[in-house]
Design a protein around this ligand. Structure first.
Ligand SMILES: [Zn+2]
Ligand SMILES: [Zn+2]
Length: 326
């Protein structure tokens, strides 16, 4: 069941960097030991993440770098194109895209592809229909066209099964995405090779590819809300509207996607300053115990949770809290 062999080079690099403590352990003996987790099959919910030793409440279990990100279109202030860090209002306008030279450098190759196309129609479509997963598909397409990711980059993630009706609802988005690429400005000489790649890639980026990646984003993408936002910004958001969009964007991860759901979870994910995920224990966890996160708002009532999990994630929750009727 573990298709680790299909992990692309970039994913490997990211997996290693998310486990960088492990990689440098022998050089810096004072660093923490490897993450106390293993991924294995559960009795009923496919694969899951298990504790390999006792973990105390509040402990950081591991961190994870995103495989891909996309900023929210309605974020009140600018966030970094790559890591979703908030960019302060006093940055000059031309620095509004990236929080740092590192982020600029790390996304240069696919940002270059993205910036050649006119995304206004595609963004209007996403904005007017409140869609976020097509944006992740756009980012992934740019990564594939630029060579930053392989075509099977996120195949390791579990897909949601889609009805043919759901797939035909995606046609408009797919048409707009493809249209943006085919009309992309590729007058630059350096883009000649990219154009060749693009013509090859467009054969890969089919309607079927689009449905396949959306089916994975639908159940694996995380909505990123930063806990370490600027205080003044939080105040102005609260004053502006209680409906204000507080998510800075969406992101997809590998390891965090292997965590199963529980309405009374023992683990949670926090984002402090950017899309780097931190998995923390909410209570003491025994060795061998499965680590679970809550996919939805824990404060909702049982019926609302059941409906949302069935609709959004396609399963009926049988966790102890649901079974107790709470
Ligand atoms: Zn950044
Ligand atoms: Zn439940």
């Amino acid at each position: 069941m573990y298709r680790w062999v299909s992990i692309s080079r970039l994913q490997k690099k990211q997996l290693v960097s998310s486990f960088s403590n492990t990689a440098t352990h022998h050089q810096k003996p004072n660093l923490p030991s490897p993450p106390p987790i293993r991924v294995s099959l559960t009795e009923s919910a496919g694969r899951g993440v298990f504790a390999t030793r006792r973990i105390e409440a509040g402990q950081l279990i591991h961190t994870a770098k995103p495989l891909l990100t996309h900023p929210s279109l309605s974020t009140p202030n600018s966030v970094c194109y790559f890591c979703l860090r908030r960019i302060t209002a006093n940055s000059s306008p031309h620095q509004l895209l990236f929080c740092s030279q590192d982020c600029k450098h790390n996304s240069k190759i696919f940002y270059d592809v993205e910036s050649r196309a006119d995304w206004s129609a595609f963004h209007d479509y996403c904005r007017s229909q409140g869609l976020k997963y097509p944006l992740l598909a756009k980012r992934l397409a740019c990564m594939i066209i630029s060579g930053a990711a392989s075509a099977d980059f996120i195949d390791i993630l579990q897909p949601e099964s889609l009805s043919s009706e759901m797939i035909s609802q995606m046609d408009e988005g797919f048409g707009l995405l493809r249209n943006a690429f085919t009309k992309a400005d590729i007058t630059d000489e350096q883009m000649t090779y990219r154009l060749y790649q693009l013509s090859l890639t467009l054969q890969v980026l089919s309607r079927q590819w689009y449905a396949s990646v959306l089916s994975r984003f639908r159940i694996n993408a995380f909505r990123i809300e930063l806990a370490g936002g600027l205080y003044e910004e939080l105040l102005s958001l609260a004053a502006a509207s209680i409906e204000a969009e507080i998510a800075v964007g969406n992101a997809v991860y590998m390891l965090p996607s292997f965590y199963n759901h529980d309405c009374d979870p023992n683990t949670h994910i926090v984002w402090i300053e950017n899309a780097d995920a931190r998995l923390k224990a909410l209570r003491d966890v025994e060795e061998g115990e499965e680590l679970r996160i809550c996919y939805i708002d824990v404060s909702m009532g049982r019926d609302a949770r059941q409906a949302l999990l069935a609709q959004g994630f396609g399963f009926r929750c049988n966790c102890p809290r649901c079974l107790s009727g709470d």
